[in-house]
Design a protein around this ligand. Structure first.
Ligand SMILES: [Cu+2]
Length: 471
């Protein structure tokens, strides 16, 4: 097995494809296995003899694009469905199922009109298929096990072949034991680039893509619960949770496209700070320009893809996240009561003498959680975490940062670090005369609510698992 680094180092591989013997081309293409969850540089098709038509490649957030070989004019890919280990964020690894070493699988990029042949090898313990979500293709290539094809048994390789007929953004995932296999992380992105200038597809400076996915992984364990229907506890982009999601690094003035597909079981209103955007495409294709309007949040329903575009003309570090606030938190114990306003002075110290691990959560709100040194089970992310230049960011899950910089070079996707704000442009403490006592209405309805002194105490105990094997 070669890895991605070796592949890029030997970029001549594609070039050499034409010179490879007929025997080699009759064999399966060597699958390329990715071992890292880092965002890979775009796979540039230009200047590679025999690689097919040129296009402007995408950047898969915390992902990569599958290399291919040309075989008598057909673009050949090899996907291997297999168990993988995916780092969700530093400090947590999940045991998932995916493709070619990762979940999600590699992004597949082709050009409108390409004939594509995809070899799918099944190294899972059960049968699988791949459905090519949104594509125009022969019915027998649509990948619904039992309906369009026999299931792919463990150990076997099947071949899919069709022409990528329309440009757009698509997804792939199993249509076999579908709930389980998608709950385990089996999915990937597919981009068909236009073959010629398209009236409804702009050329952009940066083109990002990622999938929304979700897991139910008990704190302290590694494998998702596969029978969960709605109560997922880990909300991820490309199987990464904040602070494990890479930032989107762009140059000031860039036209930026972000393609976002939703393969979770709920909708996600995706929100970007500091800019307005337009939805320029769905998995049905590019939207007509007269149908577009400005938004700062777009809801992406289950099984949908939304392609958004904007000019990144405001410098800074702009939050980009799902607007369901519990989707920007990592897994937590269930049943934590609301403690805001409950007076329990002296209680914790007394109980800790008897139960050393005892903690009372959320007395002043939950913000303490962002900085607290909690006794967490192994392989578990803090519920609210991440450090910014001004302290704890108190986020998790579906959250990252759009970094817009004047000095970012074209084609440079590296992280420029934190934004340096011009003097006088950061919210700051008022140091003038303090506020006098606020005037209050004397009518009954306007009176401030009286503090309840004798509220019943609600307790919660956080336990360290003893000798937890994490399986
Ligand atoms: Cu969400």
């Amino acid at each position: 097995m070669s890895n991605r680094r070796q592949f890029l180092a030997g970029a001549g591989l594609l070039a050499a494809a034409g010179a490879v013997s007929r025997v080699a081309m009759a064999a399966l293409p060597e699958p390329v296995i990715q071992s890292s969850a880092a965002t890979a540089a775009p796979l540039l098709p230009r200047g590679v003899t025999g690689a097919g038509r040129p296009y402007d490649p995408v950047v898969t957030l915390n992902g990569w694009t599958a290399p291919w070989r040309m075989n008598a004019g057909v673009k050949e890919f090899h996907l291997v469905a297999e168990p993988v280990e995916r780092e969700i964020a530093p400090g947590m690894v999940a045991r998932l199922w995916g493709y070619n070493g990762q979940s999600p699988g590699p992004t597949i990029e082709v050009v409108e009109g390409d004939r594509v042949r995809i070899f799918v090898t099944n190294r899972l313990p059960e049968h699988t298929t791949i459905h090519w979500h949104g594509q125009r293709l022969p019915n027998g290539m649509d990948g619904v096990g039992g309906l369009n094809q026999p299931q792919i048994p463990p150990g076997k390789t099947f071949v899919y072949e069709f022409v990528a007929r329309r440009p757009g953004t698509f997804m792939y995932h199993p249509h076999a034991d579908e709930m389980v296999q998608m709950a385990m992380g089996m999915m990937g992105f597919w981009v068909t680039h236009p073959r010629a200038p398209h009236p409804h597809i702009a050329r952009v400076d940066r083109d990002f893509c990622f999938l929304l996915n979700a897991y139910d992984i008990e704190p302290g364990s590694y494998v998702p619960k596969v029978n969960t229907m709605l109560e997922f506890n880990l909300w991820t982009w490309n199987s990464r949770a904040f602070p494990g999601i890479d930032s989107l690094n762009v140059r000031k003035g860039d036209r930026v496209r972000v393609r976002i597909g939703n393969l979770t079981m709920t909708n996600h209103p995706i929100h970007i700070h500091g800019h307005e955007f337009e939805v320029t495409g769905t998995d049905g294709g590019p939207t007509r320009p007269e149908s577009r309007w400005s938004e700062v949040t777009t809801d992406i329903a289950v099984g949908q893809m939304r392609q958004i575009e904007f000019i990144a003309d405001e410098e800074g570090d702009w939050a980009m996240h799902c607007h369901k606030s519990h989707h920007t938190m990592n897994a937590m114990g269930h049943g934590v009561p609301t403690m805001i306003g409950v007076d329990h002075r002296g209680l914790v110290e007394g109980i800790q003498k008897l139960v050393p691990d005892y903690m009372l959560m959320g007395e002043r709100g939950m913000a303490d959680m962002g900085e607290m040194e909690m006794p967490l089970p192994d392989n578990t992310l803090p519920m609210m975490t991440g450090q910014g230049p001004f302290g704890a960011v108190e986020m998790g899950g579906m959250f990252t940062v759009l970094k817009v910089r004047r000095e970012q070079k074209p084609g440079d996707y590296s992280d420029p670090g934190w934004f340096r704000h011009p003097p006088g442009t950061v919210a700051h403490e008022w140091t003038g005369a303090p506020l006098a006592e606020a005037p209050r209405s004397r009518s009954a309805g306007g009176r401030a609510m009286r503090r309840v002194q004798d509220a019943p105490t609600v307790e919660m105990q956080v336990r360290k698992p003893a000798g937890h094997e994490g399986h």
